[in-house]
Design a protein around this ligand. Structure first.
Ligand code: 5AD
Ligand code: FES
Length: 340
């Protein structure tokens, strides 16, 4: 097993069966995390890129079985920020020192292509890189957003197991999701994807496929998080993923895609009070603090126990900066694009 990890560290390639061997064997976890941390340091250095996250609408037309924003969840109080509020949060993010804002929402069909391009152009005035995370759109929409100034796009594949994908995503298609990722690449976006770890019926084999898929699509960013059962969804009784397995999938992703950007995800911190720092020491190099203000944070309840729901943007910025410096890492002052 140690040899496999050494091989991955040198060649950045593992076969599916080698990946599953490592995923199944917990006796070498510390070696795996150390190797991934070494690769992170060698290829992307000690800088941590901060991305300010704006959760601008929790309205969603989809019914993903695991997600608290699913349209069938009547317990959730819905909200949608106005364009002025979105632009104002972005402006404040730039004042806090962020170089990137991530605009995230449910699959909300409310904003037209024209509305969104206007918002993007306004935000561009604040010298920010913009990441969109607003779901599946047409090629024309993606093209319009790119031309209006969007730089990156996050769209997790969630799982590459097609049968499981179907079970988890009523009325959606795996093929369309892959189409979106390919369109985004073609249009010149930096493309982020990722998966959930610990979905019901998810196999170790399929997690290995997920990692190989990230390589196949030539991802620029990969976000990985444990599945956390939400009481207001059909998966309320399920077990959920573990912090450890999510961390292993993340570490293996770093070994195979050494130069990409990898966030220490909020879901990891939900399962472990030091989760983001542990992730930063096991291959991650990005953190996405929330810059949404007020009561909206609490309402963006994808899963229970989400961190920072009562904190302010200023508090989170200071909190995470302090933690990052304590482990001897620095906060990047550039846009943090993927350097190959
Ligand atoms: N637990 C953890 N992560 C979740 N997501 C959605 N629902 C859950 C959950 N219950 C993740 C999905 C999505 C991202 C925004 O949040 O992977 O892409
Ligand atoms: Fe929000 Fe620490 S990052 S309180």
């Amino acid at each position: 097993m140690i040899e496999l990890i050494e091989k991955a560290k040198k060649t950045h390639n593992l076969t599916k069966s080698e990946l599953t061997d490592i995923l199944k064997d917990n006796s070498v976890n510390e070696e795996l995390f150390k190797a991934s941390d070494d690769v992170r340091k060698k290829y992307v250095g000690d800088e941590v890129h901060l991305r300010g996250l704006i959760e601008f609408s929790n309205i969603c037309k989809c019914s993903c079985k695991y997600c608290g924003l699913r349209k069938d969840n009547t317990k959730l109080e819905r909200y949608r920020l106005t364009p002025e509020e979105i632009i104002n949060f972005a402006k404040k993010a730039s004042e806090y020192g962020y170089k990137t804002v991530v605009l995230q929402s449910g699959e909300d069909a409310y904003f037209s292509k024209e509305d969104l391009t206007k918002i993007l152009k306004e935000i561009k005035k604040y010298d920010l890189a913009i990441t969109l995370s607003i779901g599946e759109k047409t090629y024309e929409e993606y093209k319009a957003y790119k031309e209006a100034g969007a730089d990156r796009y996050l769209l997790r594949i969630e799982t590459t197991d097609k049968e499981l994908y179907k079970q988890m995503h009523p009325n959606m298609s795996f093929e369309n999701r892959v189409r979106c990722l390919r369109d985004l690449k073609k249009l010149g976006y930096e493309v982020g994807s990722g998966c959930l770890v610990g979905l019901p019926n998810q196999t170790i084999d399929s997690l290995a496929d997920d990692i190989l898929f990230f390589k196949e699509i030539d991802a620029d960013m990969i976000g990985i998080g444990p599945f956390i059962p939400n009481p207001n969804t059909p998966l309320r009784e399920e077990k959920g993923g573990t912090f450890e397995l999510a961390l292993k999938v993340m570490a293996l992703t770093r070994l195979l895609l050494p130069t990409i950007n990898i966030p220490a995800t909020t879901a990891m911190e939900t399962l472990n009070p030091n989760g983001r720092i542990i992730a930063l020491q096991s291959g991650a190099n990005v953190v996405m603090p929330n810059v949404t203000e007020g009561d909206y944070r609490r309402k963006y309840e994808i899963y229970p126990g989400k961190i920072c729901i009562s904190d302010t943007p200023a508090h989170c910025r200071n909190c995470i900066s302090g933690k990052i410096q304590l482990i001897g890492r620095t906060i990047s002052t550039d846009y943090g694009f993927h350097k190959r």
